[in-house]
Design a binder for this molecule. Structure first.
Ligand code: FUB
Length: 322
C-alpha cells in the first residue's frame, strides 16, 4: 500500500489531474514555485510559470518527470499565473487545458496540443472563446462526448461572472446566500471550442434545495472533478475556506448533483485539490498538501491514496492529516 508521501520531492507540485494514457498513469499538476509574491486572498502568491507532466506505470512505481510541458513565455495571450490544468485525448492528439490570467488580469482558459501525453504542448494563439475562471477538468463520457467543468471563487474570479459578464467590482467573498455553481460545457469536435452555451451546475442538498454560498462546509469553491462509477456521475470539488474535498452525485453530466459527503478532511496547507482515477481494478485519489514545505500555502506536493466505495456507492471519507 503506497504511503501518502510526495510523488516527487525535487520540485513542488499541486492540483493533480491524473489520467491513464497509453497504459500509463500521467499526472498533470501545477508546478509550484516561490516567486516571492506576498500571500493574499486573491491567490497572487500562486504565481506559477510552467507545467511539468509526471508519469508512472502504476501507483507505487517509479515516477518520471518529463520536464517542461508548457511555459507561460510560449503563450501569446499570457498575463500571469498558470493554475490547475487538465488533459484529454482524442483521435491521436493530446489536449492540455490551462487557466491563465490575460493581460487584463482576467482568468481565461487556454488549450495546447501535443502528439505525446508528456508534451511539449503548443498553445493556441487565443484563449478558448467564452472561457473564464479557473480549474478546468475535462471528462470523456462513455459516448465519446467531452465536457469541461470549471470555475473557482475568490482569486478564481467566478463570483465576478455571476451576471454573465465580467464585473471587476464584485467583492471577493459575496455575503449573500445565493448559489454560485461550477460551470459545465460540452466541447466541440475539434476540442478547442465550446460546443454550446456554458451552463451553471446546480448543487442540491438532501431536500433538493440549492446549496447557498454561506453553507461553507458544502458549497462549491474550486477544483472541479468529474468521474463515473457504476453509471453514476460523481462531481467532486473543494469547499475553499473550510478546506474540504466534497462530492455530489447525479444521473447525467450536466447535473443537478446532490451532495453526498466529504471525501477528504483538511490537509496541511490552505488549498485542497484532487482527481480520482481507476487503474488496474482499484480507485485512486491524487491530491496535494504542504507537509514537505512545512505548511507553506503556495508550496505543495502531490500525493496519492486508495479511494474506497461503500456498497451503496458512497465514498469512504479520508483524513487529510494522515
Ligand atoms: O494552484 C492554484 C490554485 O490553488 C488552483 O487553481 C486551485 O484549485 C487551488 O488549488
Amino acid at each position: 500500500m503506497p504511503s501518502s508521501k510526495p510523488l516527487v520531492t525535487h520540485m513542488f507540485t499541486a492540483d493533480p489531474r491524473a489520467h491513464v494514457f497509453e497504459g500509463r498513469i500521467y499526472v498533470y499538476p501545477s508546478h509550484d514555485i516561490d516567486a516571492g509574491v506576498p500571500e493574499n486572498d486573491e491567490g497572487d502568491h500562486f504565481d506559477m510559470r510552467d507545467y511539468h507532466v509526471i508519469s508512472m506505470d502504476e501507483v507505487g512505481g517509479d515516477v518520471v518527470d518529463h520536464g517542461v510541458a508548457l511555459s507561460v513565455e510560449d503563450i501569446p495571450w499570457a498575463g500571469r499565473q498558470l493554475w490547475s490544468n487538465d488533459a484529454a485525448y482524442k483521435d491521436g492528439t493530446y489536449y492540455l487545458y490551462f487557466p491563465l490570467k490575460d493581460r487584463n488580469d482576467v482568468f481565461r482558459i487556454g488549450v495546447a496540443t501535443s502528439k505525446s501525453p508528456a508534451g511539449p504542448f503548443k498553445p493556441e494563439p487565443e484563449p478558448i472563446p467564452g472561457s473564464f475562471s479557473i480549474d478546468p477538468c475535462v471528462f470523456r463520457d462513455d459516448d465519446g462526448a467531452h465536457y469541461m467543468y470549471f470555475g473557482g471563487l475568490w482569486g478564481g474570479q467566478l463570483q465576478r461572472w455571476r451576471s454573465g459578464s465580467y464585473e471587476a467590482s464584485v467583492p471577493r467573498d459575496p455575503m449573500d446566500d445565493g448559489p454560485i455553481g461550477p460551470r459545465v460545457v460540452r466541447l466541440s469536435d475539434d476540442m478547442k471550442h465550446f460546443a454550446e452555451p456554458v451552463r451553471e451546475i446546480r448543487l442540491l442538498d438532501e431536500h433538493g434545495e440549492p446549496i447557498g454560498l454561506q453553507d461553507r462546509d458544502r458549497r462549491f469553491f474550486e477544483a472541479s472533478w468529474m468521474h463515473k462509477y457504476r453509471g453514476t456521475y460523481y462531481f467532486s470539488y473543494s469547499t475553499g475556506d473550510t478546506h474540504l474535498l466534497a462530492y455530489a452525485t447525479g444521473d447525467n453530466p450536466y447535473g443537478p448533483f446532490t451532495y453526498r459527503g466529504v471525501i477528504l478532511t483538511p490537509v496541511v496547507g490552505w488549498t485542497t485539490h484532487h482527481s480520482i482515477l481507476e487503474h488496474k481494478g482499484k480507485w485512486w485519489m491524487f491530491y496535494h498538501d504542504s507537509t514537505l514545505s512545512e505548511g507553506k500555502t503556495h508550496l505543495r506536493s502531490v500525493k496519492v491514496r486508495e479511494l474506497r466505495y461503500r456498497p451503496d456507492g458512497s465514498i469512504e471519507p479520508m483524513e487529510g492529516m494522515d
